[in-house]
Write a protein that binds this ligand. Structure first.
Ligand code: 13P
Length: 245
């Protein structure tokens, strides 16, 4: 199975900076590059259109960092999944912990977004993960499972979906989860997704992934790739992580 390397640029990079990133990244890879991996980019919203134009014809997939759960209508300030699809996006990042934490995104709203994305043939990259206090209270598993149960309650089990496990305490903190912690929770998420009946899914790890820890983390069973924030902002740093085997 191909490994997935996904860049989440959050509020970083103008459209022109995003375009030059893609040009430099594409100029640095050879024709074999995508034989064993997929690359996803989630640019800041102003840049999604230009990035998707810039990488057109390459194998890089692009998507917004969130969408509204209605396809279209009077929802000032929201992102339309349908429009994103029209200009070439085939993915959407959903349920990032920053959306859950700062924008009160609920599993119920996320369930509608998953359904909408699937109806448009856009691949949901669905984020889950526990906070530090939840981990300290031994709630990691129950938090992740309930995010999956509720957020994917109406998902089509035959369609492909990508889960991104990102412990909130490891995001942007430099505190990466230990290989043992990653191994344990990824195995549990894998079994849980199987028990829910999902047939085609991959599980990414996210949270302070860098080129110096990617090589160890990628070898852990059920780690199918990474969702990367800070270290995905420079083409060469992202490229180094993409070469982890
Ligand atoms: P960092 O890689 O900067 O910790 O961010 C992780 C993340 O939130 C990706 O979605």
């Amino acid at each position: 199975m191909k490994k997935i390397f996904a860049a989440n640029w959050k509020l970083q990079k103008t459209p022109l900076e995003s375009k030059s990133f893609c040009e430099e990244f594409l100029a640095s890879i050879d024709s074999n590059f995508f034989s064993d991996k997929e690359v996803f980019i989630f640019p800041q919203n102003y840049s999604v259109g230009l990035v998707s134009q810039t990488v057109k014809g390459s194998k890089i997939s692009v998507g917004p960092q969130t969408v509204h759960f209605e396809k279209s209508g009077a929802f000032t300030g929201e992102n339309s999944a349908e429009l994103a699809k029209k200009f070439g996006c085939d993915l959407v990042l959903l349920g990032h912990s920053e959306r859950r934490q700062f924008f009160s995104e609920t599993n119920q709203a996320l369930a509608k977004k998953v359904t909408l994305c699937e109806s448009l043939d856009m691949l949901p990259v669905f984020c889950i993960g526990e906070s530090l206090s939840e981990r300290e209270n031994n709630q990691t598993e129950s938090v992740c499972f309930s995010q999956l149960d509720q957020g994917l309650s109406s998902a089509d089990k035959n369609k492909r979906i990508v889960i991104a496990y990102e412990p909130v305490w490891a995001i942007g903190t430099g505190k990466v989860a230990t290989p043992e912690q990653v191994k344990d929770i990824h195995a549990k998420i894998f079994s849980h997704m199987n028990s829910l009946g999902f047939k085609n899914f991959q599980i990414l790890y996210g949270g302070s992934v860098k080129s110096d820890n990617a090589g160890i983390l990628i070898q852990i069973p059920h780690v199918d790739g990474f969702l990367i924030g800070g270290a995905s902002l420079e083409p060469q740093s992202f490229l180094q992580i993409c070469q982890a085997k």
